[in-house]
Design a protein around this ligand. Sequence first.
Ligand SMILES: *[C@@H]1O[C@H](CO)[C@@H](O)[C@H](O)[C@H]1NC(C)=O
Ligand SMILES: *[C@@H]1O[C@H](CO)[C@@H](O)[C@H](O)[C@H]1NC(C)=O
Length: 281
Amino acid sequence: MLSAPECLWLCLAALILSASAEGEPGSRIKVVVLEGSDAVLPCSLSTKENIEQKLFNWKKVDPNEQEVFMYDGGLHYYNGLPGQDEHFRGRVSHFPLELQSGNASIIIKNTVVPDSGNYTCDLPLQQKQTFSIELVVEPVMRDRFGDIPGAAPKPFVGILNITEYRVQLRCEVRGASPKPRVEWRDSHGNILPAEQPQVSHRDGRYDITLLTTVTRTNTNIFHCVATQEEMGHVTEEEIHVPDQLFESCDGVGVIVSVFASGFSVAVFASLLLFSACIKCC
Ligand SMILES: *[C@@H]1O[C@H](CO)[C@@H](O)[C@H](O)[C@H]1NC(C)=O
Ligand SMILES: *[C@@H]1O[C@H](CO)[C@@H](O)[C@H](O)[C@H]1NC(C)=O
C-alpha cells in the first residue's frame, strides 16, 4: 500500500512524464504540405533524452495501415531492418544528429496525395509514448504534360563575371506564372543586395534575370530562390563559387559573356577559373 504523500508523488511524476513529450498523446499535430514537396513529421521528447540506442516506430494508421519507418539502436529500414511498406520505400529518413536530443522526427520526401492520413510515432521508453500526427498532402493541378502549371521552374544559376575579389552571379527563372519573387541569398538565408531584376513577359509567363555581386564568404555557397507567394511554392538552386575566383587579378577583369543555359555550373566554373588563371598568371 502506498501512503498518501507517496501516491501524490507518483501522480505528479506521471503527470510530468505525460506532459514531457512534444505533441503529447491526445493533441494531434497537423502537417500540411503541397504535393511534391517534403514533409517533416515531428516526434520529440521534451526531456531531450538520448534515443540513439532506443527504438522508435513510425506507422501510418489511417485510412490504411502501413509501416513507415522503424529505428532500433542504429538499425533502420535502410541498413538491415526489413518491413517497410513499399509505398514509402526510399522516401523516408530520420535525422541522425537529432537523436541525441530525443528527436525522432522523420522527413517524407517528394510527398504524394495518398501519403495523407494519420501517423503515429511510438517511443517505447520506460512507458510507451505515442504521438499522433495528421499529414495532409494537398494536390496540385497538373497540365497535360504532368507538370505543375504556374510553379516556378528551378532557377538556372551561373557565374557571369569575375573582377577583383568579386564575382558576379546570374540567376534566371524562365516561364514562371504568376510572377515569382526572385532573390539571391547567402548560405545563412540572408537576402543579398542585387541589381534591379530584368523582367520580360510573354503569353502570361515571366522570365526574370537577377544579378548580384558577391565577395568571399566562409562557404562560398549562394542560393537563388524563386517564391510564388500565392501558391506557397518555393524553388531554389545553389552555386558554389571556387575560392580562387575571389583572388586578386591585379585589376584585370575577366570578361565573361558566355552564359549557356544547361551548361554545367561546375564545368562553367572551371572554365572561368582557367580563363582567370590565364589572365592573372
Ligand atoms: C527535430 O528535428 C527536426 C529536423 O531537424 C527539426 O525540424 C525539429 O525542429 C526538431 N524538433 C525539436 C523539438 O527540436
Ligand atoms: C565585367 O566586369 C568588368 C569590370 O567591372 C566590366 O568592365 C565588364 O563590362 C563586365 N563584363 C560583363 C560581361 O558584364
